[in-house]
Write a protein that binds this ligand. Structure first.
Ligand code: AMP
Ligand code: MN
Ligand code: MN
Length: 327
């Protein structure tokens, strides 16, 4: 039985002891999965399997096209088997709250929850919370655990962890690309991580529909706050006109942020009956706080939220929240 200590960030040793103690695991990714949530879960899961543990991989949404190359990705499922032992440990990767896993998980007692994450404002929803906001990805948090477990990093695990770094640093470009991250990336390449494949699958190889969609997002760019704020929108009609889908919107907000003089960018994604907003900042305005004030979350420079209401209401609310943070 894990002793609960509210607000306590678990040490590597505490988490490693719990991982050794348990026999069965469910690795849990967040909705609209990215290379960090999935890569971190697969890396830890593959390592635990090497120790003879039983590991399942839960994810509400299908694996995005760009991540299907990840070792073990084909094992990810929304369905869990009926014979799951009652003491299986659910390992939530890369989410500030368990609600980010979606609505398809069975009820889970807190005692069976390990929260591994690097977001600001993590609600510490697990019995054990391994939350390290200075890490560039959840995958690098997992690396500390793999070292603690004494696992040999094989090529598959290395590819999964390097994917988490490449994803969350925007291909080693964002400000979270620390010397530690670069050193670890080098070590992972030496262990056999397929960097070329990661680059091609996630950053290259764009679908023509996605490039058309980018054109439409760029055409619809709007500027405000004395040219410091850029936003644009995607809706069902835009997606249909381009032959694109939601996966093709991934990372487009960074193009908006890359425009001269822009400090904050927002992409409003209103499709399939949902309205989600991606926020990015060059570093002065804290978009995590802006997103959190509207029920979302994230990091200082990259955050997101789900909005209940119309697109116009969302645009107004986000603008107000950003102004509140000094935009
Ligand atoms: P995205 O713009 O979807 O790439 O997300 C940017 C960052 O914000 C990621 O770290 C997400 O985990 C986080 N994020 C996005 N949407 C939400 C949300 N609805 N609630 C909490 N965090 C979110
Ligand atoms: Mn993520
Ligand atoms: Mn992450």
């Amino acid at each position: 039985m894990i002793q609960e200590r509210p607000g306590h960030i678990a040490t590597t040793e505490e988490v490693v002891a719990e991982l050794r103690r348990r026999k069965s695991f469910v690795m849990v990714s967040h909705v609209k999965p990215d290379g960090d949530t999935l890569g971190a879960g697969l890396a830890l899961g593959l390592a635990l399997e090497k120790l003879g543990k039983r590991v399942l991989y839960f994810q509400q949404d299908p694996v995005p096209r760009t991540l299907r190359f990840l070792p073990g990705a084909q094992r990810v499922s929304r369905d869990l088997p009926a014979d799951l032992p009652p003491d299986a440990l659910f390992v939530f990767c890369d989410m500030s709250d368990s609600a980010r896993a979606g609505g398809f998980l069975p009820p889970i007692v807190r005692e069976n929850v390990l929260d591994v994450d690097h977001h600001l404002g993590n609600t510490l929803f697990g019995a054990l919370n391994y939350v390290l906001p200075t890490e560039c990805s959840t995958g690098t948090c997992v690396m500390h655990l793999l070292r603690g477990l004494g696992i040999e990093i094989d090529a598959e695990i290395a590819t999964c962890v390097l994917t988490t770094i490449m994803t969350d640093t925007g291909g080693l470009m964002h400000s979270n690309t620390s010397p530690d991250a670069l050193e670890l990336a080098a070590e992972l390449m030496r262990a056999g991580a397929d960097k070329e494949r990661i680059t091609r699958e996630i950053f290259g190889n764009k679908r023509i529909a996605a490039t058309r969609l980018l054109g439409s997002v760029i055409n619809a760019m709007q500027f405000g706050r004395d040219g410091r704020y850029c936003w644009s929108c995607v809706d069902d009609a835009t997606l249909a006109a381009c032959g694109a889908d939601g996966e093709d919107t991934e990372d487009m907000v960074n193009v908006l942020l890359g425009q001269e003089g822009i400090e904050v960018a927002a992409l409003f994604k209103a499709y399939a009956g949902e309205l989600r907003v991606s926020l990015r900042s060059v570093g002065r305005v804290n978009v995590q706080k802006a997103a959190a004030s509207l029920g979302g979350g994230g990091h200082f420079r990259a955050a997101g939220l789900d909005f209940q209401g119309t697109l116009d209401q969302a645009i107004a609310a986000v603008d107000a929240a950003l102004v509140q943070q000094g935009l």
